[in-house]
Design a protein around this ligand. Structure first.
Ligand SMILES: C[S@@+](CC[C@H](N)C(=O)[O-])C[C@H]1O[C@@H](n2cnc3c(N)ncnc32)[C@H](O)[C@@H]1O
Length: 314
């Protein structure tokens, strides 16, 4: 992301940036991009529109079940102050993660985006991605963790996946979006998943008790954070971990050839939906972990474009 651009790439990137700064054009581009994403998803077997419709109505007759608003009120932490960086547009949703539209589409979007990570996996790509991470976690951790915190748990996909690996563990799923957490809680009730506590808080200051977790997991959250927030979350993870506990991080791999060979205008477009991507790509994550009080981490590529980082607390 920091590579020097050749003159043509630089011009194309500048043109894309200028076009995106024209609001009606950006809106039109977003609409077109969204239509394309949905069509592409449905062409590979993700029932985007049907699944979202079903979730919004909870399989009932109303287009949008009133129960969602009740659940939202119940899960929202009224004392929470949202970090400013969070209240921005993400993933082409104007209200970012703070809306039902975003919340209802997280699952189908994940199935679609992750479908092409490995050749031949199709809609199981998302499951394979999570498995590739958990295989490393299991390999690196000396014993099965009893208490696990999933920071940035979203609608619970990463929490349920890790629960399947460690069914005996007590899990906490923490996120800043009460909309996402409402879906997580609904899914947990549907699956009768016990042992999961959903917490509406910032990863930087969770309010959870010190030295109470064996594993803090960060699955696909760091690329959505400014560097200061990542550092603060690492410091909070250090505070929360028991002696000998581990932090495990799975995210995009800046060293992957897929990103270094990507046309710069695509990166510019990506940045318009992932506002902190360049900060993530330029963060010295190893140093940030060491600064926060962790041993030097292991970094393993778990897919052609993702890496898993695991570090033990000092
Ligand atoms: C890409 S999603 C991660 C998805 C999820 N872990 C999964 O595997 O499906 C990133 C999540 O991090 C959350 N998030 C971003 N910044 C956060 C912060 N400072 N504290 C807590 N959650 C945060 C967002 O609300 C979002 O749900």
């Amino acid at each position: 992301m920091t590579a020097t651009l050749n003159p043509t790439d630089r011009i194309v990137s500048q043109v894309v940036n200028s076009l995106l700064s024209i609001k009606p054009l950006a809106k039109f581009a977003k609409y077109q991009a969204r239509e394309l994403i949905i069509k592409r998803a449905e062409s590979i077997g993700v029932a985007w529109r049907d699944d979202v419709k079903f979730l919004r109505s909870r399989g009932g007759s109303e287009a949008f079940s009133k129960q969602w608003e009740t659940d939202l009120a119940r899960i929202t932490n009224p004392n929470l102050t949202y970090p400013k960086y969070y209240l921005t547009s993400f993933h082409a949703y104007d209200r970012g993660n703070m809306s039902w539209d975003a919340a209802m589409e997280v699952e189908v979007a994940a199935y679609s985006v992750h479908a092409k990570i490995f050749a031949e996996t199709g809609t199981t790509g998302d499951t394979q991605l999570r498995k590739s991470y958990h295989d490393l976690v299991v390999q690196f951790l000396p014993t099965a963790p009893e208490h696990i915190l999933d920071i940035g748990c979203s609608v619970g996909m990463s929490t349920f996946a890790i629960q399947a690996v460690y069914p005996q563990a007590q899990l906490t799923g923490l996120d800043l979006s009460p909309y996402f957490l409402s879906i997580a809680n609904y899914r947990a009730e549907q699956q009768k998943s016990v042992n999961i506590n959903w917490v509406h808080a910032t990863g930087e200051s969770t309010g959870l008790p010190a030295h109470s977790y064996d594993l803090v997991s960060l699955f696909l959250i760091c690329h959505e954070l400014p560097q200061t927030a990542t550092r603060e979350i690492f410091a909070e993870a250090k505070r929360l971990l028991k002696p000998g506990g581990h932090i495990a991080i799975m995210d995009m791999n800046p060293a992957s050839e897929i990103y270094s060979q990507m046309a710069p205008y695509i990166l510019t477009l990506l940045k318009s939906t992932e506002p902190y991507l360049d900060r993530y790509f330029t963060l010295d994550i190893v140093q940030a972990l060491v600064d926060a009080g962790f041993e030097a981490p292991t970094i393993t590529t778990n897919t052609p474009r993702h890496r898993t980082i695991i570090a033990k607390v000092i």
